[in-house]
Design a protein around this ligand. Structure first.
Ligand code: 7TS
Length: 401
């Protein structure tokens, strides 16, 4: 088992008189000292705007920002020109919907998502549909929390232009059979966007192996700062797209007779970017690479097995999402106790979980639920914390039953 809690200063505190147990990692992860120091060094040693200054600090900031892009590119097995820094997964989806979808979709074209998507992988496509006259279709979800693959195959047809699915569900933890999804989408002539927000913290993601056309993720879910994320796109697709936002940095030449745009990846990075965020993301990826993503995965899978077994002892518990391939996420309800009430009583005992619809209202409707309790684990969590969580859960249930 990994033992990395010492790297995360925030975890060493008491909440309501009890040691903090942080199991809300699918919402956001805590930051290791290596990442905090990278941000601190940026402001203490070389804060400057990038790409435009001829001076010492600007040169260091530019090279550290571009170094972060290289680190991300290597991590995803992409080229640097294919890595666009954005605010997060949400912006990555919106960018593709607007800069690709608005240019290439016509009335009657179809976009496929799944019933299990986060709202950020549904709403931008609905907006695109109302702008273009395209139609949104949703892959249904089975009782075990998997995609109904036959239904997906039946949805695919010559009108399908975009398929956009998560690598891993934030609400249930299900890991989808992406290679097959992508292969079948390509056979139908569609491009595929992969929402990898819940994948990057837990597993290796190789865009070449997947052969996805676009992929987005958020830095803050993978131990980096908030407000930074990545859109990967195949170079020929990014080249064919129009810019998403206009402004500084994304231009080659501006005149009132006409403006020409900068090369990739700057074409999609209008304005001063989140420089320290990108640098923090580089540091975060170096941090997880040094530990080894396979070691992280083994540790988290052991936590998932242990936690599933421990909380299954709770009378009246129902776990949603029982697929064989799962990220370390457990969504559950206990009898008809309101998830929020359980969340409050767990918080009183120092345990942080998430309650509610997890920005997946269509999925909740599918199960006839308003929400669930969700415990999600990260590389720094321990079995001892799971024991405390299981004890706290039993006490909360005893009070509310
Ligand atoms: N896609 C998935 C699969 C997510 O889990 C999230 C955030 C997003 C997209 C949006 O990411 P953002 O960084 O742009 O906001 N998921 C959650 C969650 O499960 N609880 O809080 C945020």
């Amino acid at each position: 088992m990994l033992d990395r809690k010492a790297d995360f200063p925030i975890l060493h505190q008491q909440v309501n008189g009890k040691p903090l147990v942080y199991f809300d990692n699918a919402a956001t992860t805590q930051k290791p000292i290596a990442v905090i120091n990278a941000i601190r060094e940026y402001y203490e040693q070389y804060n400057s705007n990038i790409h435009r200054g001829a001076h010492h600090l600007a040169n260091i900031a530019t090279s550290r920002y571009e170094e972060a892009r290289s680190i991300v590119a290597r991590h995803l097995n992409a080229s640097e020109r294919e890595i666009n820094f954005v605010r997060g997964t949400t912006e990555a989806v919106n960018l593709v919907a607007q800069a690709y979808g608005r240019k290439f979709l016509k009335p009657g074209d179809e976009i496929i998502v799944s019933e299990m998507e986060h709202h950020s992988n549904i709403v931008p496509w609905q907006m695109l549909c109302s702008q273009t006259g395209a139609v949104l279709r949703a892959i249904p979800v089975t009782d075990t929390g998997e995609l109904d693959y036959d239904a997906y195959r039946n949805l695919l047809n010559e009108k399908t232009k975009i398929v956009s699915v998560a690598h891993t569900s934030n609400a249930l933890g299900t890991v989808h059979p992406l290679q097959a999804i992508i292969r079948d989408a390509h056979s139908a002539g569609a491009v595929v966007f992969v929402d990898a927000a819940q994948a990057l913290p837990h597993t290796r993601v190789d865009v070449h192996e997947l052969d996805c056309d676009f992929l987005g993720f958020s830095g803050h879910k993978v131990y980096a700062a908030t407000g930074i994320g990545v859109l990967y796109g195949k170079e020929h697709l990014l080249e064919a797209m129009d810019p998403y936002m206009g402004g500084g940095e994304m231009i080659r030449n501006v005149s009132f007779a006409g403006t020409t745009y900068n090369d990739l990846p700057f074409k999609f990075e209008a304005g001063t970017p989140n420089i320290e965020g990108a640098i923090s993301l580089g540091a975060a990826i170096q941090y997880i690479t040094a530990i080894g993503i396979e070691n992280i995965q083994n540790h988290e899978q052991e936590l998932l097995r242990y936690a599933t077994a421990r909380i299954s002892e709770t009378e009246g518990i129902k776990i949603y999402g029982t697929a064989a391939r799962k990220a370390p996420v457990i969504s559950f309800t206990v009898n008809d106790i309101h998830p929020y009430d359980l969340g409050v009583l767990l918080n009183e005992q120092g345990v942080a979980i998430r309650t509610g619809h997890h920005c997946c209202q269509p999925l909740m409707s599918r199960y006839g639920l308003e929400g669930t309790c969700r415990a999600s684990f990260a590389l720094y969590n321990t079995k001892e914390e799971i024991d405390r969580f299981a004890g706290a859960l039993a006490r909360a249930v005893a009070v509310l039953a």
